[in-house]
Design a protein around this ligand. Structure first.
Ligand code: ADP
Length: 308
């Protein structure tokens, strides 16, 4: 059964089409990611799914309830962690938890098992006002508060934006634990590398869904030969590399360069020769590699940007 059914959904703000005929189904038990750059429409979609905003057309059902008519039922069954910190800064960690549990008629003790993984990191600060926590700790408290009534579906809007690398990793580990406790998760992010952590992903840009697939499924759809190139100072040759006759695209990937070739007959030798010809000297380390989900996303986002 689909726990979240998003059908032909559109939403505009004046002339800005924030969502353009979006269709997504999230199945029970999935950890589903919504991935897209800033301004793609992620928050708008999440605010509609969480019943905080009405669409112009199309509909969303959550757990079989319609967001327009049955919003009260949905609000009782979902946990929501918005992008901006939305807890009571003057209340302590413990008071915030008690408050959110109380709103839903639950108690912290009842659902302690569910939040134990998150809460044990917060416990030393339980008497500290929420506003005085670090960014990572604020996220963990927000997550605890979103879970405290044991929702069936947990919805998170860019929980890792602006969070340090360690807290990002910790947050994804917590999401795994929560999923394994039987909670369906719908999470948005602008970080492409986080797509790998999801069961399935929808790639969104400029209000359009460019594809829905598993990370592996996306990576397998990459249609060209791809090379990973390492050479000292290679970034300064980027323009010349992009002008090569077989270059479909070339972009930095960490300290290496990914070269997408239009030529099925390309080999590491032909590419090495071309790079030498444009003046890249010294050791050039080239390997043909299988594309990852990020390579597929970069390709789709670039092509979609060129089309519109
Ligand atoms: P994301 O969460 O992916 O960054 P948003 O849903 O916030 O995307 O925004 C999608 C588009 O809608 C952007 O162009 C944004 O500027 C615009 N937008 C979002 N909220 C509003 C609003 N309240 N009024 C006008 N435009 C908005």
């Amino acid at each position: 059964m689909s726990y979240i059914e998003i059908s032909n959904l559109s939403k505009s703000y004046g002339k800005i089409k924030a969502l353009n005929n979006v269709n997504i189904n999230v199945d029970a038990g999935e950890l589903f990611g919504l991935i897209g750059p800033d301004g793609a429409g992620k928050s708008t979609l999440i605010r509609i799914v969480t019943t905080l905003l009405l669409p112009d057309s199309g509909y969303v059902n959550v757990l079989g309830y319609n967001t327009r008519e049955d919003y009260k039922k949905i609000r009782g069954e979902i946990g929501y962690m918005p992008a901006v910190f939305s807890l009571y800064s003057d209340l302590t960690v413990q008071e915030n938890l008690d408050f959110f549990a109380g709103v839903f008629g639950a108690t912290v003790a009842e659902n302690y098992n569910l939040i134990r993984g998150v809460y044990h990191m917060l416990e030393p600060f339980k008497n500290r006002p929420a506003g005085k926590l670090s960014g990572g700790m604020k996220q963990k408290l927000a997550l605890s508060c979103a879970l405290i009534h044991r929702p069936k579906v947990l919805i998170l809007d860019e929980p890792t934006t602006g969070v340090d690398a360690v807290s990002r990793r910790e947050l994804w580990e917590l999401l795994y634990d929560i999923k394994h406790q039987g909670i369906t998760i719908f999470v948005s992010t602008a970080y492409m590398d986080e797509a790998k952590q999801c069961d399935r992903v929808a790639l969104i840009q400029k209000g359009r869904v460019l594809g829905v697939n598993s990370p592996h499924g996306f990576a397998q759809m990459f249609p060209h030969k791809l090379y990973d190139v390492y050479a000292d100072g290679i970034w300064s040759f980027l323009d010349k590399i992009r002008a090569l006759d077989t270059c479909k695209s070339a972009y930095m990937f960490g300290s290496n360069l990914h070269y997408v070739s239009t030529d099925d007959a390309e080999t590491t030798e032909t590419l090495t020769n071309k790079l030498h010809q444009i003046g890249l000297s010294g050791d050039v380390d080239i390997k043909q590699i299988n594309a990852g989900i990020e390579d597929y996303f970069i390709r789709q986002l670039t092509e979609n940007a060129e089309l519109s």
